[in-house]
Design a protein around this ligand. Structure first.
Ligand SMILES: *Cc1c(COP(=O)(O)O)cnc(C)c1O
Length: 366
């Protein structure tokens, strides 16, 4: 990323643009969808997704089961959309039957989109998008499926086309292993038709000028060049391994963390073992312990950044992130640091117990 920046209007620039847009496709799991790149973050991509495919005042269905699904809903509400919320305990996955129930009760098709966070980073829960798509189709309902894949795309299996996703969004600082600063999205052909005719006022995030310029290999305004060079490198790294191997690596890394948590005898925020995330684990501390103390000790004494409990989970959980450019030894040090911090905060975990459980798993798995 630290290199001289080229002229983004030059006649050699389209090779970079086209390569990036093309190589994003396998990361989304799409040949039919259309990728876009913005200087933004995941939050901006919520706005881009909503304002490009919906019309002012549209009704949408969304589930809330953690801070990120809450903020997706909050963004939609602040933009004036009417949100039917399925409120779930934080730590639960979205049961597709609940989506089916709400859509079946909407015979006039007032609901224009279903908003789902694929991987709820606050609780460490991964939703079953294929089953949610089946629930929508099972009702014969035409609602768009808008997916936040910020902490899954680039790390977990993601099948944009097969799962019938209409818009998927992500950001550069998670699975793409980059600094924050890019937002990316992929849009289905059906959603692109809505983009063309949409009536919601859009300016910076309008996809229509992007289409015109991207088709020529350019952007409508100055792109975040350093980040584009970083994305080029990230996409080369991702292509070198291939998404199936990357998803398998995340599953293996995550299992080591889960075995450590089990050895500590602590509870997972994610209730259903089947839905525990391979990119982040949220760990509940015993009631009498303040998780903020664990996080503070980890940072001060061991220079380890554990994730905090967000919003209503503040003080109750700490999180270990395990996505991106990571290997088992890096995670063993994080697990070892968490153990030290837990002990000092007053949680009775035998030193080495989580590390040994994870080591055994990494030793026996490949
Ligand atoms: C990090 C994250 C976001 C927010 O992205 P920003 O880059 O912080 O704007 C949105 N959704 C999920 C699931 C996330 O993990």
């Amino acid at each position: 990323m630290h290199r001289a920046q080229e002229d983004h209007r030059s006649n050699t620039f389209p090779a970079l643009t086209r390569g990036l847009l093309e190589d994003l496709r396998p990361v989304f799991g799409s040949t039919a969808g259309r990728p876009f790149i913005f200087a933004s973050t995941g939050t901006g991509m919520w706005e881009a997704a909503l304002t490009n495919v919906l019309n002012p005042g549209d009704r949408v269905l969304a589930a809330r089961f953690g801070q990120f699904s809450h903020l997706f809903i909050d963004t939609a509400e602040r933009l004036g959309f009417v949100v039917d919320v399925i409120d779930l305990p934080w730590g639960e996955a979205l049961d597709p039957a609940l989506v089916a129930e709400r859509l079946a009760a909407d015979p006039s098709h007032d609901i224009k989109a279903v908003l789902v966070v694929h991987n709820e980073t606050a609780t460490g829960v991964t939703n079953d998008l294929a089953a949610i798509r089946e629930a929508i189709d099972g009702c014969g309902h035409p609602a768009f499926l808008l997916v936040d894949g910020v902490s899954s795309i680039g790390s977990l299996d993601f099948q944009f086309d097969t799962w019938g996703v209409d818009v998927a969004i992500c950001g550069s600082q998670k699975g793409f292993m980059m600094p924050a600063g890019l937002g990316m999205l992929c849009v289905s052909p059906r959603a692109m038709a809505a983009v063309e005719h949409g009536r919601f006022p859009r300016a910076y995030f309008d996809l229509r000028p992007q289409v015109l310029h991207n088709d020529q290999g350019y952007f409508p305004y100055t792109p975040a060049l350093a980040h584009l060079y970083g994305l080029r490198e990230a996409l080369d790294m991702i292509a070198a391994d291939g998404m199936p191997a990357i998803a398998a690596r995340h599953a293996r890394l995550a299992e080591g963390v889960r075995r450590a948590v089990a050895a500590w005898d602590l509870r997972f925020c994610a209730r259903d073992p089947e839905r525990r995330s391979n990119t982040v684990t949220a760990i509940l501390v015993p009631d009498e312990i303040d998780a903020r103390q664990v996080i503070d000790i980890a940072a001060r004494r061991w220079d380890l950044a554990l994730g905090s409990g967000l919003a209503r989970l503040n003080g109750k959980v700490f999180r270990i992130g395990h996505l991106g450019d990571l290997n088992p030894l890096m995670l063993l040090s994080a697990i070892g640091g968490a153990e030290l911090a837990l002990r000092e905060a007053g949680v009775d975990v035998p030193l080495g117990s989580g590390v040994a459980a994870a080591q055994r798993w990494y030793a026996e798995s490949t």
